[in-house]
Design a protein around this ligand. Structure first.
Ligand SMILES: [Zn+2]
Ligand SMILES: [Zn+2]
Length: 172
């Protein structure tokens, strides 16, 4: 799978009002186009583009975030969502079902959202009918086996991340 090749090693982004500014250090481990019902509701769109990256590589540069603990509509498990405390733009999410300590950064909040393209479309069972997934794209009715889909380099990063992260209430 072609991992996203970045023009620069740092991606910058922020919220709609400009108070929250952040940067991602390095490329995401994987990028999902997520067609799940939660992403549709939370983002107010047909799908979300989520850049999955280690929490330590997400750096808040300015502004204040508040967190809401929601329950993911698909798994019923907790997911923490971070918003700009002023304008309410959601910038990233931590799914308790996901291994390690990773953030699912809403790629639409990047200054250049075109810097990233989805590696995989997930939860296509709830995708809107008017969206056609490109025939050469990886797509999954629900989810996939990480070991089969992620590039080796990303698997290695995830392994390190799991090793160094605090245990989390997975909502079981
Ligand atoms: Zn804001
Ligand atoms: Zn989703």
């Amino acid at each position: 799978m072609a991992a996203n090749r970045l023009k620069s090693s740092v991606l910058e982004g922020g919220c709609a009002c400009g108070e929250v500014r952040y940067e991602l250090r390095g490329s995401p481990m994987i990028v999902h186009a997520c067609h799940c019902t939660s992403c549709q509701r939370r983002g107010g769109g047909a799908f979300a583009v989520n850049a999955v990256i280690e929490a330590e590589n997400v750096v808040l540069r300015s502004g204040e975030l508040h967190t809401a603990v929601l329950h993911d509509g698909e798994s019923g498990k907790p997911c923490d969502t971070w918003f700009c405390s002023k304008c309410g733009t959601g910038v990233w999410v931590r799914y308790h079902t996901a291994p390690g300590d990773c953030r699912f950064v809403r790629a639409g909040t990047l200054d250049d959202p075109s810097a990233l393209q989805p590696d995989a479309h997930i939860y296509t069972r709830s995708k809107q009918d008017w969206i056609d997934i490109p025939p050469d794209a990886r797509s999954y009715e629900v989810f996939y086996n990480i070991k089969e889909v992620w590039p080796a380099e990303s698997l290695e990063r995830l392994r390190k991340n799991i090793e160094t992260s605090e245990p989390l209430d997975r909502g079981d």
